[in-house]
Design a protein around this ligand. Sequence first.
Ligand code: PGA
Length: 257
Amino acid sequence: MPAPLVIANWKMNGSLEKNARLLNQLLTKLDTLEYLEVGICPPFPYLPQVSDHLSQSRINLGAQNVSAFEAGAYTGEVSAAMLREFGCRYILLGHSERRLLCQESNDQVTAKFEAVLKAELTPVLCVGETLEHRQRGESESVVSTQVQTVLDRVGIQGFANAVIAYEPVWAIGTGETATPEQAQAVHAQIRRILAGHDAAIANQLHILYGGSVNAANAQTLFSQKDVDGGLVGGASLEANAFLEICKAAHPGTHFDL
Ligand code: PGA
C-alpha cells in the first residue's frame, strides 16, 4: 500500500495574504511527515503563488477543476496542459458541488478524466451519494455508476495513476460525517469494482474519504482498512486543524508538530 494521501480543497476561499499565512504555518511541519503525501488545491488564480511556496517542499499542487477540451473557444475554461505548466499534479474531478451547481454529468466528468490522463496528471475522481439516495438505499448503486462510467471509458489502466475520493454529499460542509463503518463499506465496494479488473491496481489506488473531516474524527476514519486518507475542505483552511488531520493519516505518528 502506498503512503496515505491527504488533499486540501480550499474551494473558493483565500486571498494572497491569507494563503501566504496559512502556507507559512503549514509547510515546514508538513514536510516532517515523511510517510504521507499531501496535496493542496487552491482556486486557479492562486496556483502560481502556492506553487512558489511549495517549490522547496514535498507537498504537491492541485487544481479544483479542468476543462475536458485541449484548447479553443471555451471562455472561462482552463485546460489540463495549462494546469501542468503551473506545476499541478492532482486535479479534482466531479466534485459534488460541480455536479450539483454546474450540472456536471458522469459523461462530462469522464471526458475530464481522460483529459487529465492525457496531460499525465493525476485525476482525483470524486463520487458520492446525496441524502435522498442514501435514504432510498441507493448509495451503492449511485457510487458504482459514477465509478463504472469512467471505468468503461478509460479501462482499468486509467486508474493506475488516479485517486478516488468518496464524499457523501450529505456530509460535505454540513458537520455531519459518515460513520467509519459507512465510509469503509463504500470504500470496500469501490475497491471491489476495480479489483474485478485488476487486483494490483485496485490495491495501490488511494481511496480518500471526504465530508466534514476534522481533527476529532480523522483518526477513526483513517483507521478503516480501505480509507487511504482524506479530501479536506473547511478544516484545510485552518493550519492546526489541517496539521492534526495530516498527523492522523500518517502511520504511527506520535510526535508533536
Ligand atoms: P468539507 O468539504 O471538508 O468542508 O466537508 C470536503 C470537500 O468538499 O471536498
